[in-house]
Design a binder for this molecule. Structure first.
Ligand SMILES: [Zn+2]
Ligand SMILES: [Zn+2]
Length: 486
């Protein structure tokens, strides 16, 4: 397990690589159950941008979290870019409806992929988060995955009560937590034949690998559709654009992985939708289904990968991908585009905060002001971009002038203050402290960088503050004048 670099290392509750972001929030106990409790909401929470910005020093940027702490790098490969835009928009900004179906999480056949909080007992020993407790690993939380790809162990679940995080939110605080029931392997993972178990483990390994954008970079929804069509044609299930049901039925009914195919939402039937899937006209949106069908049609994952690398090249370039968008943007292109499109809005937002801070801290330098803004802000605001937008940016030259002005102001204040203290018979010694009190920045001389630059102010202090001797004399005058009868 690696930990991401920290901006504020002292805080200690940073997110771990591969930790599911929404459940990291549980570990922090910071989000009320209201935000996460409807059973599917922890999978697809919304309006996370402000939360991310608040936590930036412990979780990193929005991009970091999307890449390392969500399932988006995997699921984005299986859907058109505009659908993924909506999914990401939902996560960051505001609820979008109908996303469950875009993610293959809704519909009559989605029940096989249950939303459960699963963990691998071996990973629990290794995946220790910054609080010293095991974190929830995103790989294990893809609905439909039964095994840990790393350890080949069945994933484990706690008892029904523990899994009800609406009723018992405290039991989801970290992946090692349960009521005392002890965690048990998921029942579907038990009693499998060696072949099926190996296939389940391989599915978990492939989905884990696909969370890394470097792994099979060509695996996107268009290439998946084309590779499925290529495989179906090679197996003779589709010939000359014709769906051959009897060959299809024969191929699948005798397949050694049939129980696994049946476990998923892939329905082997004489239907238009299955025909369109085999022709590459319709997408299988759930990654597990798409991976499984690719593997079955190509007799193995390495063969399927080769086919994926052929992209949409002939003879299957002619395959009409009616439901498939032509803009197959990858996650990184998407994030770049997203940043570009949101640049203006973000610039405006941060620039306004900058202007407000500038009023509040007129003596702060540009760097100091930027330090008060969320660290995202530096992606949008630079001295140049601010100046170009007509915003007043403090710079070295201006700083010099500002310090001179301040110096003059302090010096004048001190002299006026000294006169006032003398006139009102100030009963204590007129010290630097007494002279500076009442100034808008009474501790100005404590600023080690600023103090040496305030030459006139220093002269005024030297001139006006009283020595013990001077104070003694003044005190005598005050007392004697008070003794005088009126
Ligand atoms: Zn494991
Ligand atoms: Zn329990």
């Amino acid at each position: 397990m690696t930990r991401r670099r920290l901006v504020r290392p002292g805080l200690g509750l940073h997110i771990s690589e591969g930790e599911k972001f929404t459940l990291y929030l549980r570990r922090l106990r910071m989000v009320s159950k209201h935000n996460l409790s409807p059973p599917r909401v922890w999978m697809l929470p919304s309006r996370m941008r402000p939360v991310l910005e608040l936590l930036e020093s412990t979780v990193g940027s929005v991009d970091d979290v999307v890449r390392h702490n969500t399932l988006f790098p995997l699921v984005s490969r299986f859907m058109p870019a505009e659908d993924f835009e909506r999914v990401l928009g939902h996560f960051l900004d505001g609820p979008q409806h109908g996303l469950q179906s875009k993610l293959g999480m809704a519909g009559p056949r989605s029940g096989w992929a249950r939303h459960r909080l699963l963990r691998c007992p071996e990973c629990l020993k290794e995946d220790i988060g910054s609080c010293g407790r095991p974190f929830w690993r995103r790989d294990h939380l893809l609905p439909g995955i039964l095994f840990c790809g790393k350890h080949g162990q069945p994933l484990h679940q706690a008892c029904e009560l523990c899994m009800d995080y609406v009723m018992n939110p405290m039991r989801t605080l970290h992946a090692g937590r349960h009521c005392g029931c002890g965690v048990q392997p998921v029942p579907e993972a038990l009693g499998l034949s060696g072949t099926l178990e190996a296939a389940e483990i391989e599915l978990a390994q492939i989905t884990s690998s696909l969370l890394e954008p470097q792994y099979l970079p060509n695996l996107n929804h268009e290439n998946v559709a084309a590779a499925i069509a290529r495989g179906a044609a090679q197996k003779g299930l589709v010939q000359n654009e014709r769906f051959r049901w009897s060959a299809t039925e024969k191929f699948f009914s005798g397949h050694r992985l049939l129980p696994l195919i049946r476990r998923t939402g892939i329905s082997i039937e004489r239907s238009l939708s299955f025909r369109d899937i085999l022709k590459g006209h319709q997408l299988l949106r759930h990654p597990v289904e798409a991976i499984l069908l690719l593997k079955v049609l190509h007799d193995g994952w390495s063969e399927a990968s080769e086919s994926l690398n052929k992209g949409t090249e002939p003879p299957f370039a002619g395959v009409k991908t009616a439901n498939v968008s032509s803009s197959g943007l990858g996650l990184s292109e998407y994030l770049t585009r997203y940043k570009k499109e949101n640049f203006e809005a973000n610039f405006k937002r941060y620039a306004q905060q900058y202007v407000d801070l500038r009023k509040e801290f007129p003596d702060h330098s540009h760097t100091e002001l930027m330090g008060l803004l969320p660290s995202h802000a530096n992606k949008y605001l630079t001295e140049e971009s601010l100046a170009a937008a007509g915003i007043d940016v403090p710079n070295v030259k201006k700083n010099g002038r500002r310090i001179q002005k301040l110096d003059k102001e302090v010096a004048a204040f001190i002299r006026k203050r000294a006169r006032h203290l003398l006139d009102t018979a100030y009963p204590k010694r007129i010290s630097q402290w007494a002279l500076m009190s009442g100034f808008r920045r009474p501790r100005l001389f404590n600023d080690a960088r600023l103090a040496p630059l305030l030459v006139r102010a220093r002269e005024s202090i030297d001139e006006c503050d009283e020595s013990e001797e001077q104070f003694k004399q003044r005190k005598e005058v005050i007392t004697s004048s008070r003794r005088k009868p009126r």
